[in-house]
Design a protein around this ligand. Structure first.
Ligand SMILES: Nc1ncnc2c1ncn2[C@@H]1O[C@H](COP(=O)(O)OP(=O)(O)O)[C@@H](O)[C@H]1O
Ligand SMILES: [Mg+2]
Length: 373
């Protein structure tokens, strides 16, 4: 690899926000090494809602953690590839530099929101903390790039006269919440929390799951990220609240001009909010398609299999077919297509050659020998 390729400031295509190329990640354990991500290529455009779907164990969370830079290494090891964000290869950065992107540029909300909030601090104090982190970074000139355009709402959040604070150690949390009061209330209103004055004085355990998840989104957005990663963010919520939170994320995406990478194993959820569907199987992206194309005609046999598992109406429930078999053992080096053992269309080539993700139709990538390789 030449010097130029190693340079972290290599320019990227302008419309893309984040570009992942040839990313491979393994986990080391006593039993050997496990190939969790196997040469993945993915581009995230600005202001796009992408849903990453696939069964459990396909590498979705590993991919998310790699993007935000929170993979524990070891046991994880990035074996190859680049994750370029606004022209910087994040993988080549040292942890100190990498940290500057977390929260302010790329933020993440997790599956269990209550475990991410501190139970002994009031909601307002915790949002204040997120605002403070953003302000401190801004003060240090650490934010690598301003977000190109912002909605009036977020401008308002951002332009509220924030006190200049040199170190968070100088102020107890209570005072912080008082100083940032206007911004905290704006952040809560942004995520449609009714009666924000009262909610900012509550402790997390006093709120419903849906409210807590909205607060996590408010905290993430208070840092104005250009990319918000949400790893199964609504799994712990009931179906109605789940739909509300996701629709809210979609609305906020447009208001705040952020991109969203939603990880879910629920295709019905993905169909309601996503612009693009990315299907992962055993560490590979096997299909990458616009939401309409995907649901009108899934191309990859695995996508077809996943879709046949989704109930489309009460009458269809009786015909629900789980995909036979299971995700292969990723500690083995697998020859050919990893889906071959479960695929109803398997051919000779599938057993010996690995299909690559190629443009099978316009704006539609598939890794399968059925669609030309
Ligand atoms: N910390 C870890 N140590 C070892 N193996 C791991 C670790 N985290 C995940 N894995 C393995 O990596 C593979 C991908 O896991 P994960 O990214 O969590 O998938 P998903 O989010 O799609 O369920 C799985 O086989 C899982 O068992
Ligand atoms: Mg996961």
């Amino acid at each position: 690899m030449g010097l130029l390729e190693e340079h972290p400031e290599r320019p990227t295509n302008d419309s893309s926000l984040l570009s992942i190329s040839n990313l491979s990640i393994g986990y080391r354990s006593k039993l050997g090494s496990l190939h969790a991500i196997d040469g993945v290529n993915l581009t995230i455009e600005r202001n796009t809602f992408i849903a990453v779907v696939g069964e459990s164990g396909c590498g979705k969370s590993t991919l998310a953690l790699a993007i935000i830079g929170l993979l524990s290494t070891p046991p994880a090891k990035i074996e190859s590839g680049r994750i370029e964000y606004k022209s910087v290869n994040l993988i080549s950065l040292k942890e100190n530099d990498r940290r500057k992107y977390r929260g302010t540029e790329i933020a993440m909300i997790f599956q269990e929101p209550l475990t991410c909030l501190n139970p002994v601090y009031k909601v307002g104090d915790q949002i204040a903390e997120a605002i403070l982190i953003r302000e401190e970074r801004k003060g240090e000139g650490e934010s690598p790039n301003a977000i190109a355009s912002e909605s009036d709402v977020m401008q308002k959040v951002h332009n509220t006269k924030s006190p200049k604070i040199s170190s968070r150690m100088q102020l107890p949390r209570r005072n912080l919440a008082r100083l940032f009061r206007a911004e905290i209330l704006d952040a809560l209103r942004l995520v449609r929390i009714p009666d924000p004055e009262q909610v900012m004085e509550r402790y997390p355990f006093e709120l419903s799951g849906g409210m807590v998840q909205r607060i996590m989104i408010a905290m993430a957005l208070a840092q104005k990220p250009a990319l918000l990663i949400a790893d199964e963010p609504t799994t712990a919520l009931d179906v109605t609240t789940q739909a509300q939170v996701l629709k809210l994320m979609k609305t906020l995406m447009n208001e705040v001009n952020t991109s969203i990478l939603l990880i879910t194993h629920d295709l019905a959820v993905a169909s309601q909010v996503a612009d693009r569907i990315v299907v992962m199987y055993a560490g590979d992206i096997v299909e990458d398609a616009g939401v309409y194309d995907f649901f009108s005609e899934p191309l990859h046999p695995y996508s077809k299999g996943l879709l046949s598992c989704v109930p489309s109406g009460s009458k269809d429930k009786a015909r629900l077919k789980p995909i036979p078999g299971s995700v292969p053992d990723l500690t083995k080096l697998l020859e050919g297509c990893k889906y071959a053992s479960r695929c109803p269309y398997v051919m000779n080539d599938c057993l010996t050659k690995k299909p690559t993700l190629v443009e099978a139709r316009q704006n539609r990538k598939v890794a399968c020998f059925l669609y030309g390789q």
